[in-house]
Write a protein that binds this ligand. Structure first.
Ligand code: ADP
Length: 264
């Protein structure tokens, strides 16, 4: 599908030709369609926890549980859990929209990737320790031209996934190196359940999960990796994953090492 604008070409007031500019509207239509799909998926994702929340509160409000305080407490716990899930979902959706629309400006500087890896691991220390998971690092003396807050958010997302999908007594390995082209490559490796080959690209899309029960069982929203991808793309880098089922996964992302290498 195309739109066109025709402008007459005048020579001393006399029409000597016409300039026609064609615009391919395919991209715009695709964008509109993506937005429609997103709204419908979001509505669906919101409806599930809202329905559970309504049912749990409905039970308590009806008064049938007044003589069964434990059951009432259980319903309230369900209500709280679903409210948390709704808050996480809305926060992730807003975050994705902020980055995707370019409203989230990057504040790039020369940052130590090693320091960021250590800080991100520290932020997850409690949940890692609870799951019996340890960290190992090999990211010293690597510097990237990046927004430290955004990279911390990205690493935190990847580490939190690694913890969620790894068995007890396993290890998460964080590494950073300089590539031949001068970019920095960061790797987050886990010894978890792995990802099937046909899902390796898909999981970076919004609301895509390997297993439909992942969001409920693991408390995720299915938006974490989509946020990671937006952050990396905003820096001009790439993100991908390599994985072996039952053995583990390694998420890689690249960042510019200098201001100029950001310009492609
Ligand atoms: P979620 O909020 O569900 O974690 P993400 O976008 O972060 O959403 O991840 C999407 C899906 O990718 C997860 O639900 C899970 O199925 C898969 N996944 C992500 N990280 C890992 C990992 N380290 N190991 C195994 N599977 C993973």
């Amino acid at each position: 599908p195309v739109d066109y604008v025709a402008t007459p070409l005048l020579d001393e007031g006399e029409a000597v030709g016409v300039v026609v500019a064609f615009t391919d509207t395919t991209a715009r239509r695709e964008l509109d369609q993506m937005k429609d799909e997103f709204v419908s998926t979001v509505s669906h994702e919101l409806r599930t926890p809202l329905t559970s929340l309504r049912a749990a509160l409905g039970m308590v409000a009806s008064g049938v549980l007044t003589s069964r305080p434990e059951k009432a407490q259980q319903m309230l716990d369900i209500a709280v859990g679903n409210t948390d899930r709704l808050i996480n979902l809305v926060n992730d959706i807003l975050e994705l929209e902020r980055i995707g629309s370019g409203k989230a400006e990057l504040h790039q500087s020369n940052v130590s990737v090693g320091d960021l890896c250590h800080r991100a691991a520290e932020l997850q220390q409690t949940s890692a320790a609870k799951a019996g998971i340890g960290f190992r690092f090999q990211a010293e003396n690597v510097f990237a031209w990046a927004d430290p807050d955004r990279i911390l958010q990205l690493l935190t997302n990847l580490i939190s996934n690694a913890i969620k999908f790894s068995p007890a007594e396993s290890e998460i390995f964080l590494a950073a190196t300089y590539e031949a082209d001068g970019e920095v490559c960061v790797a987050v490796h886990d010894q978890g359940r792995g990802i099937p080959a046909d899902k390796l690209d898909l999981i970076f899309e919004r609301f895509q999960q390997v297993d439909a029960s992942d969001s409920r069982a693991k408390g995720g929203t299915g938006l974490g990796l989509a946020i990671c991808k937006s952050i990396v793309q905003q820096h001009g880098g790439e993100i991908w994953v390599e994985s072996e089922l039952g053995r583990g996964s390694t998420f890689y992302f690249t960042l510019p090492s200098r201001p100029s290498s950001n310009l492609r």
